[in-house]
Design a protein around this ligand. Structure first.
Ligand code: SF4
Length: 478
């Protein structure tokens, strides 16, 4: 099953078509259609694609590809690797089945946290799926693409004459520098301009400089399923060489984003990378916890840091303790003040419907958000993903409402309900959160001021404003 590339099968890496505008790619933590058009880079898929010569990565949602447009690809490849997620799994299976009908010889594998948590269930869901790769799947997929027998590939669960079998686990990756650069795959296969994100400059590029997070937030998907709780990192030189290469490949890029769970988990390393990025003169942003000291913030800012994405989650300390956030509200306030004083922008993320949330605590969170006043916010509904401590807790406590994580349009709905807080109340609180945060005179003036600084920004913000209002009105109808 190999071609002129010698040792490798002709391999397609596919983020399948899904709900319109669905940001469920191999880079999104919450797979859902966002309030404004938004797509993360499919970094988890690009990484194994970089290990398989001659492969191709197709990211259908940002490219606006339909199932019918993707199907002809089934004939051109011997192996297809589909990235899936809990909300999109049934849809992704249908895409896989259609591809197999087109080309019955196509070998199909699924990857992603959903199948890593329940490989048996995934394989039983459809005979179309030949195997799933558990844990970190980069080298697992490389070995499959090299044509190794499935039973000999660590980390694989596969179908063998109708019986589901599980190969032993693949050891966690320690030397992260063995992962090749993803920007080569981005350059070869992706259209950068199709990747939007409301709070990042456009066009942007995101990639990972490490995997894993030291924190143990009970709701958080990746560290509990594939990344683990040690922050395993690429060397400073490796990261900086990739960014330097990216600046040559993509002169149009205005910002680089480090999508590591918590880039600031290793402060000396973050500072060392910042020093080098400062020399390159690039603008960059990253995920951070609300506990970075002032001196580090200043050094990062002096070396090109533009924005931090900060998971505040709640404005109630007990709720934060319930989810093991490991952050104190007073320290989060101080951190935010420091960052703002230094001119660092903040995109704050909040969650409603967490364990312990009541109408009053959601109200506290809205007031907290307005008080600390990040530049932009994202409000998510607590999502009990299988494989997380939140999911196990929800099962034990009877909080699962029987609903899905997203509705028929891919918009988040509440899969949790409590005796004191219904799923409808949780769902409706998202809209009031957004309205109360954004429709304040202070915020409206800030956005207007930003728009007046340039035509491009104005065009973009107006488009996003329309999308945002449509999003709110669609939620009202739901
Ligand atoms: S700090 Fe952020 S990335 Fe780390 S476990 Fe908590 S929510 Fe997840």
């Amino acid at each position: 099953m190999t071609d002129s590339l010698g040792a490798y099968m002709r391999t397609l890496f596919l983020h399948p078509p899904s709900y319109d505008g669905f940001d469920g790619g191999a880079g999104a933590r919450y797979q859902a259609r966002r309030e404004i058009r938004s797509f993360w880079y499919p970094t988890w898929l690009a990484q194994p694609a970089a290990l398989v010569p001659g492969s191709r990565l197709v990211d259908a949602p940002p490219d606006g590809l339909t199932v019918n447009e993707v199907l002809p690809l089934a004939h051109r490849y011997e192996l297809a690797i589909l990235h899936t997620s809990t909300p999109s799994f049934p849809y992704d299976v249908r895409v896989a089945e259609a591809m197999k009908t087109e080309n019955p010889d196509l070998r199909i594998g699924f990857v992603g946290a959903h199948v890593a948590v329940d490989p048996e269930g995934a394989l039983r869901a459809s005979e179309t799926i030949d195997f799933v790769a558990r844990e970190e799947f980069d080298f697992t997929i490389q070995e499959v693409a090299q044509g190794r027998p499935l039973r000999a590939v660590l980390g694989l669960s596969y179908r063998d004459n109708g019986i589901v079998r599980h190969a032993p686990a693949r050891p966690i990756l320690e030397n992260m520098d063995t992962l090749p650069f993803v920007v080569d795959v981005y350059k070869r296969d992706l259209t950068l301009e199709n990747y939007f994100n409301g709070y990042l400059l456009h066009p942007y590029v995101s990639l990972d400089t490490g995997r894993g997070c030291r924190s143990k937030c009970t709701f958080c998907l990746w560290p509990q399923t594939v990344g683990g709780h040690r922050y395993r990192t690429r060397s400073v030189e490796h990261v900086v060489a990739e960014i330097a290469l990216a600046t040559r490949y993509f002169p149009q890029v205005k910002e680089y984003f480090f999508n590591d769970d918590t880039f600031t988990d290793d402060l000396p390393r973050a500072e060392a990378i910042a020093h080098q990025l400062g020399k390159l003169g690039v603008t960059w942003s990253c995920n951070a916890k609300a506990n970075v000291p002032y001196d580090t913030l200043k050094l990062l800012k002096d070396n090109g840091l533009r924005l931090l994405v900060v998971g505040y989650e709640s404005g109630n300390q007990q709720v934060l303790n319930n989810i093991k956030k490991g952050v104190r509200l007073d320290l989060a306030r101080r951190f935010t003040k420091h960052a703002k004083n230094l001119g660092i922008k903040i995109h704050g993320t909040f969650i409603v419907g967490l364990p312990g949330d009541r109408r009053e605590t959601i109200e506290e969170t809205i007031r907290f958000a307005c008080e600390i006043d990040p530049d932009t916010i994202q409000v998510s509904i607590a999502a009990p993903y299988p494989g997380t401590a939140l999911y196990r807790e929800a099962v034990e406590q009877g909080w699962l409402s029987g609903g899905q994580l997203v509705d028929g349009q891919g918009v988040q709905v509440s899969a949790l309900s409590y005796s004191h807080l219904s799923r409808t109340e949780i769902f409706e609180s998202v809209e009031s959160f957004y309205r109360r945060f954004y429709f304040r005179p202070l915020k409206v003036f800030a956005l207007a001021g930003e728009m007046l600084r340039g035509r491009e920004v104005m065009k973009r913000r107006l488009r996003e404003g329309v999308e945002f209002l449509r999003f709110l009105s669609r939620r009202k109808e739901a």
